[in-house]
Design a protein. Structure first.
Lengths: 333, 254
């Protein structure tokens, strides 16, 4: 019976997603709405990556926008120079960021908590500095202009509406992959490191290797998000990747829920939409954001999805939960 | 010999936690390590499992030198342990805790996870079944889906035991497994330890409950101030003057 149920769930969920994603195009045609939806998707991908590193593996990164930047700039520069297709540019942006994530992870390996936080801030600051000062390559603070849009054959994705149909499925794919990863042996190792690195090591988990893996995968996600972003706006400025963006990603993570891949989408959607809604009170935007974050940390430290799941006593390895709860009942009988 | 410690010394900033300790542990035995608080028992376990590096001496496991090897490599050789101050993965399910214990016997990496290869699925299924049978063994099957950190203390110790067994170790180090348990629970645990030995797992035990120690040990080693002061069967130990003075004698004051 459980098997049946989970099988049905596996079918229902994707259909639900497709249905939800098909809704906006039916009701709206404004570029503004689609631009916002696409922004939600980029942030969701980046936050899902940050979630793997922070939410699952417990390694703090406060400069995550730097990976977003690397993906964006590498993809944009490659596209300008070599006119590569999108299905190469997106992974290349991801891989470039992943390489940087690997190096950053290797450099920060022995650091914990506040020291790791400081190191990641430092590296992110350095990244921003490189973007601003290497202006022959990145356009510096004048911005990198004329980045080609993605195109499928001769069909150019030059409006947010068209981009939506590439970005959203890709976001779903990335979320799906993240979920596959965290519900496996690798995900268990990540979580074990978060919970207790000493005990994890005593059970054969090479904490160094798995932390590096988490850094790399996490950065890859940031890079993919960055690449998508670069080719949808067509222009890149260092401002797009500053400290505020890193903080924004962190807020999305905390509000959505650490240790929940689906939380990434909730956090990204709420904050992106909130940002748009608060445009009218621009000067007070950051005050509102700050207060919201403090409120979440105080009253809902596990984030929205984390809190919802806690009420259902739902833990990672949910399929395990179903099975075991059932077997547990059998055992009691 | 399964495990051999040769002249192991550990000092922390000049304070000698262990001094020239020799211990051998043949396969299939239950050996207890006793001694007053601060005698160096946990440090000795940390040396074996790679958490502490000896300043002198060697640790041999199945005749291979494992001195100073990192804990994950020691674990891969077949040594599992529990912790005196319980180190569970508190926010993971009971089931997931035991499954982490089987990390060494599974291989799936990133690609296995993403593509759910048949090998990965088979491995996960086997591990899950094994974990469930271990949870049944320690009597925790009905809380498999609960958060490990939410279990009462005694049950957390049992979960540590199940996690240790999931590693299918050759040698299991139990650091005060009955601490904080009531009499019924510790009697049950004692029987369990006997059963584990019968499965062919060698057990090295740090324990304060004399009833447990004398009841199940094949051999007892006594540490005092980092020095081994005696070794023998439980009967021999009970009669040993030095031991009574250093350990059992002191115990009477409580």
């Amino acid at each position: 019976m459980t098997k049946n149920l989970s099988w049905r769930n596996n079918l229902i969920v994707p259909f639900l997603w497709v249905f939800l994603l098909a809704l906006p195009p039916l009701f709206h045609s404004s570029s503004y709405i689609f631009h916002t939806l696409n922004m939600i998707a980029y942030f969701t991908i980046a936050v899902a990556g940050l979630n793997i590193l922070m939410g699952y593996t417990g390694q703090i990164s406060i400069g995550h926008a730097v990976f977003y930047a690397v993906g964006a700039y590498v993809s944009a520069i490659l596209a300008r120079k070599f006119a590569l297709p999108f299905w190469l540019l997106i992974p290349l942006g991801g891989v470039a960021a992943a390489l940087m994530g690997f190096c950053m992870g290797a450099a920060c390996l022995r650091l914990k908590e506040i020291y790791l936080a400081m190191a990641t801030i430092g590296l992110a600051g350095a990244g921003e500095g490189v973007i601003i000062n290497w202006d022959t390559m990145t356009g510096g603070s004048m911005g990198l202009l004329g980045i080609p849009y993605f195109s499928v054959g001769s069909f150019v994705l030059d409006t947010p509406q068209k981009q939506y149909f590439l970005v959203m499925p890709l976001m779903l794919l990335m979320l799906f992959l993240a979920r596959q990863l965290v519900t496996s042996r690798v995900g268990r190792a990540f979580m074990a490191i978060r919970e207790d690195p000493v005990a994890a090591a005593c059970y054969g988990i090479d904490t160094t290797a798995f932390k590096l893996l988490a850094f790399t995968v996490s950065a890859f996600y940031g890079g993919v998000a960055g690449s998508l972003f670069a080719h949808s706006t067509g222009i890149l400025f260092p401002d797009h990747f500053g400290m505020e963006v890193s903080i924004l990603l962190l807020m999305m993570l905390v509000i959505g829920g650490r240790g929940s891949i689906m939380g990434s989408i909730v956090g990204a959607a709420l904050l992106t939409a909130g940002f748009e809604l608060l445009r009218s009170v621009k000067d007070y935007q950051m005050i509102v954001y700050g207060m919201v974050l403090v409120a979440f940390i105080l009253f809902m430290p596990q984030g929205i999805v984390g809190t919802l799941l806690a009420h259902r006593k739902h833990l990672p390895f949910c399929s395990v939960k179903d099975e075991c709860a059932l077997k547990g009942e059998e055992a009691k009988r | 010999m399964l495990l051999k410690l040769q002249g192991v010394s550990v000092s922390f900033d000049g304070l000698k936690a262990l001094e020239n300790v020799d211990i051998t542990l043949p396969e299939g035995m239950i050996k207890s390590l006793i001694g007053p608080n601060g005698a160096g028992k946990t440090t000795l376990f940390n040396v074996i499992s790679g958490l502490a590096k000896p300043t002198e001496g060697r640790v041999l496991f199945q005749d291979v030198d494992i001195t100073g090897k990192p804990p994950f490599q020691v674990s891969q050789r077949g040594i599992a342990r529990t912790f005196q101050n319980i180190r569970l993965f508190a926010h993971m399910s009971v089931m997931a805790n035991v499954m982490v214990g089987g990390h060494n016997h599974t291989k799936a990496g990133v690609s296995g996870a993403i593509f759910r290869t048949s090998g990965m699925r088979r491995e996960e299924k086997e591990l899950r079944e094994k974990a469930l049978s271990l949870l049944e063994f320690v009597g925790l099957a009905e809380c498999a889906a609960e958060e490990a950190g939410s279990l009462p203390y005694g049950r957390q110790r049992l979960l540590e035991l199940a996690r240790g067994l999931a590693a299918s170790p050759r040698l299991l180090l139990l650091d005060e497994p009955t601490a904080g348990m009531n009499l019924t629970e510790s009697a049950m645990l004692t029987r369990m330890i006997g059963k584990i030995r019968d499965l062919g797992i060698t057990i090295f035990l740090v324990e304060h409950h004399m009833k447990v120690v004398m009841g199940i040990s094949d051999q007892v080693t006594i540490l005092d101030h980092g020095v081994k002061i005696g070794e023998g069967t439980p009967e021999e130990i009970k009669k040993d003057e030095k031991v009574i003075r250093a350990y059992l004698g002191e115990k009477r004051r409580y």
